[in-house]
Design a protein around this ligand. Structure first.
Ligand code: NAP
Ligand code: MG
Length: 496
């Protein structure tokens, strides 16, 4: 593998200046569809991360951002959205190269990114706060303020979009930012920060630090100069963040993993259910936190469902994201590919039936990249690791249930609680069941579509807090009560 001249030289952005790492430490970034080197990214030390935090702290204390009117901040956000639109093709192509996802998937991400900036630009111009006429002739009011310095740590599966879900509301609310992308996918992070610089967001408000999670991420999570952390990633790292955040009792928002059930009743529209059950797990090559990775099918249609599902899964064309005919792209890194293949081996050893897929694809054109066949296991039991643990790849398990009660019991038999779906043409039953699924993001007769207006997040070990919608803004706000005494005279509690 040789480093050629077209390799992007990524930089960090600290206090309004583009920087490389002082010690020259670098992360080599590759295209997972080809293993070509596409970028070199700096790796910050603890000290360099602390410089970025100090810049964000100083910018926050100066009021240069929080002191603007909401109109002014909204204008910046709309300009960022305009620039993302202008650079749509470039951002799509970079995301495909960096992450391995399909072009069509990246197009959704970039389009959603502009929607998110525009949504929060609009939201901060809507009425907010409350007033109460409380006893003793006091007028009480509730106002919202920025939390302060927000530490944003994002994963590699939706590099741009997960960043925007945090950056847009964080800026909208008046916070300053220290932002760390995943080492596997840092390219669009730099492009996004370039845009934020271009539209003139003041110096020190937006800081980008690249490098290892255990160094840069840990430093941000521990710092007493960071007031809150918004983290998206694995449940295990989420736990580490929570511990590190305890030092100064940071506000934390965690969007973590899942093992989400997709419940299919016999009275569902059969082809719709099969189709969404494929989309639910194979979209994004299963590297989606909300993937429907556990399909639960009612006994009376189980055999018919499995037969049709496997027939369709085998037709899915896996290939490079840039190819128009690819339907599932690459796995984002070699490490992730090996983790998925390991789970497939575990499934076989546990005695599950491999109904389709199960291998890395090494055919012509794919052999240099990280590609895995759409994989399904049947004859699984709830105690198997492939049913309990998040695989985060194109691997699904299909289980059978006999009754509504059993469907709910299986659905909830997990430490996670991110997403879930029910397919049925009996509206009352579908609603009855979905209300009992302990998860934050749910669908009836669909899987995956999500909207910037609606809150995103999980129950149980899938996280704390909610992104998007009004809840996503509240994550980045403190709430203050102001009591105005309308009788300006002594309280006279103490005589004399
Ligand atoms: P990860 O390993 O937890 O990494 C996420 C981010 O945390 C990366 O930027 C990583 O840095 C950083 N990090 C690693 N160790 C850290 C530490 N000790 N302190 C602070 N930061 C640290 O997760 P991933 O493998 O990238 O992403 C996959 C996971 O994300 C899955 O579990 C998935 O379910 C979850 N996810 C959840 C949502 C949601 O909305 N709920 C959305 C997307 C993904 P480096 O990798 O650069 O070292
Ligand atoms: Mg990459």
């Amino acid at each position: 593998m040789s480093v050629d001249t077209s390799v992007l030289e990524l930089k960090m952005f600290v206090n309004g200046e583009w920087k490389t790492a002082k010690n020259g430490d670098e992360n080599i970034v590759i295209n997972p569809a080809t293993q070509e080197v596409i970028a070199r990214a700096p790796r910050a030390t603890k000290e360099e991360t602390e410089e970025a935090i100090a810049a964000a702290r100083a910018a926050f204390e100066s009021g240069i951002w929080s002191g603007l009117t909401t109109h002014e901040r909204a204008q910046y956000l709309n300009k960022i959205a305009d620039k993302i639109d202008e650079k749509f093709e470039e951002l799509v192509n970079l995301e495909v190269m960096d992450n391995g996802k399909l072009k069509a998937e990246a197009e959704f991400d970039v389009a959603d990114a502009t929607t998110c900036f525009r949504y929060y630009a609009g939201l901060i111009l809507t009425p907010e706060g409350e007033t109460y006429q409380v006893p003793e002739n006091v007028q009480a009011m509730v106002v919202r303020e920025p939390v302060g310095v927000a530490g944003l740590i994002v994963p590699w599966n939706f590099p741009l979009l997960m960043s925007v879900w945090k950056i847009a509301p964080a800026l909208a609310a008046g916070n300053t930012i220290v932002y760390k992308p995943a080492e596997a996918t840092p390219i669009t992070a730099m492009k996004l920060v370039e845009i934020i610089e271009e539209v003139g967001v003041p110096q020190g408000v937006m800081n980008l630090v690249m490098g290892r999670g255990a160094v840069v991420g840990q430093t941000i999570a521990e710092s007493h100069d960071v007031d809150m952390i918004s983290f998206t990633g694995s449940t295990n790292v989420g736990r580490e963040i929570m511990k590190a955040a305890a030092g100064n009792l940071k506000k934390i928002s965690l969007e973590l993993g899942g093992k989400s059930p997709n419940i299919i009743f016999a009275d569902a529209d059969f082809e719709t259910a099969v189709d969404y059950a494929l989309f639910g797990i194979f979209f994004g090559a299963g590297q989606v936190c909300s993937s429907g990775s556990r399909i639960l099918v009612e006994e009376s249609i189980y055999d018919q469902f499995v037969e049709r599902y496997i027939e369709r899964a085998k037709q899915i064309k896996v290939g490079p994201g840039m190819n128009e005919d690819s339907q599932v792209g690459a796995i984002a890194s070699e490490q992730q590919m090996n983790a998925i293949l390991n789970y497939i081996e575990i499934g076989k050893q546990e005695g599950a039936t491999l109904a389709c897929g199960g291998s890395r694809l090494l055919t012509d054109g794919l052999d240099q990249g990280f590609f895995i066949e759409p994989t399904a296991f049947t004859n699984v039991t709830s105690d198997m690791r492939i049913v309990k643990e998040e695989i985060f790849g194109p691997v699904v398990t299909i289980q059978k249930f006999k009754s509504e009660d059993e469907a709910i019991q299986l659905a909830n038999e997990t430490d996670f609680g991110l997403a879930g779906a029910v397919f049925s043409n009996d509206g009352a039953k579908a609603l009855r069941v979905i209300k009992q699924v302990r998860a934050g993001i749910t669908w009836i007769n669909a899987y995956h579509p999500t909207y910037v207006e609606a809150p995103w997040g999980g129950y149980k070990q899938s996280g704390i807090g909610r992104s998007l919608g009004t809840y996503g803004l509240e994550d980045f706000q403190e709430i203050k009560q102001i009591n105005i005494n309308l009788n300006v005279e002594p309280v006279s509690w103490f005589p004399g």
